[in-house]
Structure formats: C-alpha cells, structure tokens
Design a protein around this ligand. Sequence first.
Ligand code: ATP
Ligand code: MG
Length: 233
Amino acid sequence: MTSPALRVHNVWKRFGSRDALAGVSLEAPRGSCFAMLGHNGSGKTTLLRILATLSAPTEGEAQVLGHAVGAESGAIRGKIGVVLDRHLLPRDFALRDALRMYADLYGVRDANARIEDLAARLGLARRLRDPVRTFSRGMGQRASICRALLHDPEMLILDEPFTGLDAAALAITDEVIQETVAEGRTVVLVTHDLERAARLATHSVVLSNGKKTFDGDPVEAAAAATAGRGLAG
Ligand SMILES: Nc1ncnc2c1ncn2[C@@H]1O[C@H](COP(=O)(O)OP(=O)(O)OP(=O)(O)O)[C@@H](O)[C@H]1O
Ligand SMILES: [Mg+2]
C-alpha cells in the first residue's frame, strides 16, 4: 500500500508560551486537494511550514509523501513545490535567471524550455528579462508559482496563493491546481477564499486556536470556517 500524501500525528508547535499548534493530527490521500481553513492566527501557516520542512514541530510527527519530516526532509524538498506569502526569488535577478538558478538547484532537464513554458502559462513570457524587483505583487505571486512548478513536484504546498491576483491569474491558478490533482498529484491549500476552497478542494480541515475543529467535506468545512469567524485570539 502506498503511504498517504500527508500524515500528521499529534503535532505541537510552541512559540514561547503560546501553542500555535496544540496536538493536530490529520491525513490526506495522494491525488487530493487538501484545504486547510481557519481564522487569522489559527495555525495554518505554522503547520504548512512544518510540512514544507521549513520549521520543526516542538512535538509530534509528520510524514510527507511517505518521508518523515526532519530525518528525511531532503527527500521531501525534492518532491514538493512551495508557494508562501513572499516570493523568495532574488530581487536583482532577471526572472529568467532567478528561475534558472532554482532549475539548476533541482537538476531540471531542458531548463530553458521549461522556464519559457511556465512563464507563458503564467502570463510572464514578456517579463523574463525584467528584474524581479520591478514586478507588481500579483506578478511576484505568479513568478512564485512558476518557481514552485519548475521541477514538476509531486505535491504543491500553497499558502494563500490567490491573494493579490487579478481575474486572469486567478483562473490560471485554479487551472494549475485542478490539473495537478487530475494528474494524481497532491495540492495542500491554505486560503481564506472559502468559495474557492469549497470548489477546488476534495478534502479539508478547519483549524481553530491550533486545534483541528473540523475534518471532512470542503463545502461543510467552508461553512464551519465561516461559523468560526470572530473567535480569533
Ligand atoms: N515565529 C513566530 N513567533 C512567535 N509566534 C508565532 C510565530 N509564527 C506564528 N506565531 C503565532 O502562532 C499562531 C499561529 O500563526 P499562523 O501564522 O500559523 O496563523 P495562520 O492560521 O496562518 O493565520 P493567517 O490566516 O493570519 O495567515 C499565532 O498566534 C501567531 O502569532
Ligand atoms: Mg498564514
């Protein structure tokens, strides 16, 4: 039997005296679009950063694509593409060179063709020669999606990927998510766009104050997340 895409068991993350995550357990099958919903400060980004191997849990265990976070973080990094709220691309590089740097890091074959392809898909073909620092917020976001897709990852991890995108870029991002799932890959999606989550996700959880308060159908989760609004703190 193949391992699930995500397996999180009793994960805690403490920042000083604050529990950002207080014993979260969850599982996501491969080929799912797994949405994590919840109010500001509920622990979504904290959990996403742990899954993306950018931060270690204080307690508990997590596996991504069958690899243990921590001991096998290197193997995980090669198989995931991550979009966080900041784009992480070197500001003074032309987009083409910035993407090339990541492509080389990942050992992407036919890197130039892949970069042209992705830039065209994300509507950035004409900006490949421009320094990243000249990009608008939405363009930076699209560049970040290009970077995340470069090495054809088995899992896409997206933290609020829709913020700042115009209608065309939103449609492209929806398409990227749907195609990724249709190919049997997994998308882990954190968003406040509940309508989108209900439409795109196949599985979902709601976090509240570092705890999982809902696990199940995305349409019901969106309703549960709405009901939980105003309880942040
Ligand atoms: N580096 C940090 N140091 C101290 N506290 C932190 C740190 N990162 C997160 N926290 C705290 O952990 C809790 C969860 O934060 P997190 O960023 O995971 O929330 P979130 O669900 O992503 O919220 P949002 O919807 O606003 O993005 C918050 O109380 C936050 O203040
Ligand atoms: Mg967040």
